[in-house]
Design a protein around this ligand. Structure first.
Ligand SMILES: NC(=O)c1ccc[n+]([C@@H]2O[C@H](COP(=O)([O-])OP(=O)(O)OC[C@H]3O[C@@H](n4cnc5c(N)ncnc54)[C@H](O)[C@@H]3O)[C@@H](O)[C@H]2O)c1
Ligand SMILES: O=C(O)C(=O)C[C@@H](O)[C@H](O)[C@H](O)COP(=O)(O)O
Ligand SMILES: [Zn+2]
Length: 354
């Protein structure tokens, strides 16, 4: 799996200061800045304050949490860059989870029509998925990632040390995107995930598995950066998953992105079985496993119209029709599968009655 068409350099390293120093040197003409969020700042970034101070790098800190992935936070970063002499030759270093890398990536790609940015992902989810591949964005009008850009970071520095302070829920959330990578591309990756011991994490093994997951993401991104065809595979579980994530937020019982994706994958496996003949034995095994790891998300018949409405905003849709990425088998994708309302309701009903 080559990465010749991937623009970002993906670096696996536990020497953050050394790696960053090399990148900072590449920006002699413009200032370098740092964006992070409160929890990450407190737990992780503050340890590097002396390093950033020595390099003359100023920092902007955004409040943590998905509800801050919004235009006001982007404006805060724009203002910070603007007031402190950011120019077209500047670099923005983003240290945080997927919320922060999506948000600050978007701020960077729009500030003065686009400056370079570099991601240092600090959650499992952002290491295997969000920090790689150049989808940046914010939530808008209660819709997930409604506004955003495609532009890859110049580099992504993956340091598994950051994962030592991740709580179990967020770890499990990131694991869902890895399962997605296994389902869409690699039965081998799926098997190593099934065997992974959550209770007794081996960090060396984890780094290897993270690399396998990132390789899957890179394969799709390198062949289709702007999601015209096969990159849609990476959106498996997200048509329904994003609707679940949005409705959960509206109903003030938010769920983590990875959990929403896991629930979406369960519902979309139902569609895969209906439309693409996904084999029954694998269907039972996979949905049983997902249910065991992620538990249930309660939805009822009265939520179906709103969930359907939310799906009408999915970015894969064309000509007013809702498109899905589905599976014919593990590792065999079917993109642009159009489903009518009745079948989508059947999938929601299947999920609601689990
Ligand atoms: N651009 C993409 O391709 C892509 C892919 C997948 C997900 N996403 C987006 O990513 C977001 C989810 O990312 P996430 O799961 O990383 O959430 P997140 O960034 O909100 O981080 C989850 C929680 O962990 C905390 N945290 C972060 N790093 C930590 C650390 N090292 N130690 C302790 N706590 C830490 C955060 O403060 C937060 O409370 C969603 O907005 C989703 O839409 C984007
Ligand atoms: O990289 C991609 O492409 C993905 O779809 C990865 C997803 O895991 C991620 O959640 C992405 O942000 C979803 O994008 P969207 O275009 O559906 O908003
Ligand atoms: Zn996702």
């Amino acid at each position: 799996m080559g990465n010749s068409k991937i623009y970002s350099k993906i670096i696996y390293s536990r020497q953050l200061e050394n790696e960053l120093s090399e990148w900072i040197k590449k920006y002699p003409k413009g200032k370098v800045f740092l964006a992070t969020e409160e929890t990450v700042n407190q737990l992780r970034v503050s340890k590097f304050d002396h390093f950033f101070l020595k390099k003359g790098i100023q920092k902007v800190v955004i409040p943590s949490g998905e509800n801050n992935k919004k235009i006001e936070s982007v404006a805060k970063i724009w203002e910070f860059l603007s007031k402190n002499g950011g120019d077209r030759k500047s670099l923005l270093i983003n240290i945080g989870g997927g919320m922060l890398t999506d948000l600050a990536g978007f701020a960077a790609t729009t500030f003065k029509r686009g400056i370079d940015f570099l991601n240092v992902p600090t959650t499992l989810l952002s290491q295997v998925d969000a920090s790689v591949g150049g989808k940046t964005g914010i939530n808008f009008n209660r819709l997930k990632n409604e506004v955003g850009t495609f532009k890859e970071p110049v580099a992504v520095i993956i340091n598994t040390d950051f994962l030592q302070t991740i709580d179990k829920q967020n770890f499990t959330s990131g694991f869902a995107e890895m399962i997605k990578h296994g389902l869409i591309y690699s039965p081998e990756h799926l098997e190593e995930l099934k065997a992974f011991d959550f209770e007794n994490i081996n960090y060396d093994l984890l780094q290897e598995i993270i690399r396998h997951s990132v390789n899957v993401k890179e394969y799709f991104v390198s062949n289709d950066l702007t999601e015209n065809n096969i990159r849609k595979a990476l959106n498996y579980g997200h048509t329904v998953g994003h609707a679940f994530e949005s409705i959960a937020m509206e109903q003030k019982r938010p769920i983590l992105h990875g959990y929403a994706v896991a629930y979406g994958m369960i519902a979309e496996l139902f569609l895969s079985a209906e439309i693409c003949n996904f084999p029954k034995t694998d269907f039972d095994k996979i949905n049983g496993w997902l249910l065991k790891v992620y538990g249930k998300f309660d939805i009822s018949e009265k939520d179906f119209d709103r969930l359907f409405e939310l799906m009408t905003h999915d970015k894969k849709n064309e000509s007013g029709r809702i498109n899905f990425t589905l599976l014919r088998a593990v590792g065999k994708i079917e993109i642009n599968q159009n489903c009518d309302k009745e079948l989508i309701f059947d999938a929601l009903r299947y999920f609601a009655n689990l």
